[in-house]
Design a protein around this ligand. Structure first.
Ligand code: CAA
Length: 266
């Protein structure tokens, strides 16, 4: 899979690890990285929709000792006009939507700076596991702009409008322990344990019913946009629909037979 200039891809058991690799710019997101991320995520989605469930979780990380992603690439943006900025922001948002639509969990393994577009990319993943060295921030105001890849919206939904606003208007950076305290990240682990922790989570997911995992993700994301009664209805329908699957019969039968379930994603 060396068809990428700015991404490294490694499969570790059922986990696919996508590492963003533009070391000279601390992995800043230029149009090439955005385009390559789109291609890599689309290919994975097609593989799974085609019936190949060998990959059960995607881990997004930064291939740099001190940076996950230091933001959108400022050199690429400096001379953009309004239309080009609109196009660039839309492409960034499209990557976020592709991650949300993948039928498997997506984990951001944040190993260092997650600033601007980097924090936004991490927020577009289903959850974030951070190294003790991670630093988060939305410093766009220092550049005379605001977050463009979903930061104002996803950050508010994750940590509340007041905390998001403070980060977005001060441009301040917070450390991993503070990110954990405000609920931006799920866990903080030692730097050397980061990928193993994320791969371990994917390993747990891999033992579960694939269609159930897919539906849990879909229902949580879709329900978050809706009033509670409508959201609960989506849950009821998805719960019932899973009773039409072989995985439901196998999962429940295996429990009753006191053996491990062998799911087939059917
Ligand atoms: N874009 C382009 N290049 C970047 C970059 C970025 N976002 N972040 C870092 N780099 C480059 C630096 O220019 C530098 O390149 P040179 O060696 O060629 O000079 C190299 O990466 C190393 O960076 P530093 O020397 O600055 O490293 P440092 O350790 O002193 O500082 C840092 C690290 C605090 C992350 C600092 O680089 C920094 O503040 N970067 C910019 C962060 C930022 O503003 N991000 C938001 C971008 S806007 C955005 O993301 C918009 C959006 O929402 C879509």
């Amino acid at each position: 899979m060396s068809q990428f200039e700015t991404l490294k891809i490694e499969d570790r058991g059922p986990a696919r690890i996508l590492s963003i690799s533009r070391p000279k710019a601390l992995n800043a997101l230029n149009p090439t990285v955005i385009a390559e991320l789109s291609r890599a995520i689309e290919a994975l989605g097609q593989q799974i929709e085609g019936g190949d469930w060998s990959i059960r979780g995607l881990i997004l990380t930064g291939d740099h000792p001190k940076s996950f992603v230091a933001g959108a690439d400022i050199a690429s943006m400096a001379d953009m006009d309004k239309d080009q900025a609109m196009e660039f922001a839309s492409q960034g948002h499209a990557v976020g939507e592709m991650l949300a639509n993948l039928p498997i969990p997506v984990i951001a393994a944040v190993n260092g700076f997650a600033l601007g577009g980097g924090c936004e990319l991490a927020l577009a993943c289903d959850f974030i596991i951070a190294s003790e060295k991670a630093k988060f921030g939305q410093p766009e105001v220092k550049l005379g702009v605001i977050p463009g890849f979903g930061g104002t919206q996803r950050l508010s939904r994750r940590v509340g409008a007041a905390r998001a606003l403070e980060l977005c208007v001060t441009g301040d950076m917070i450390r991993a322990d503070e990110a954990l305290r405000i609920g931006l990240v799920n866990r903080v682990v030692a730097p050397e344990a980061l990928l193993d922790t994320c791969a371990g989570i994917v390993g747990m997911v891999a033992k579960m019913g694939p269609l159930a995992v897919k539906e849990a993700k879909r229902v949580i994301h879709q329900g978050a946009e809706l009033p509670l009664p409508a959201a609960n209805q989506i849950e009821v329908e998805a719960f019932a629909a899973l009773f039409d699957t072989q995985d439901q019969s196998e999962g429940m039968r295996a429990f009753l037979d006191k053996r491990e379930a062998e799911f087939s994603a059917k």
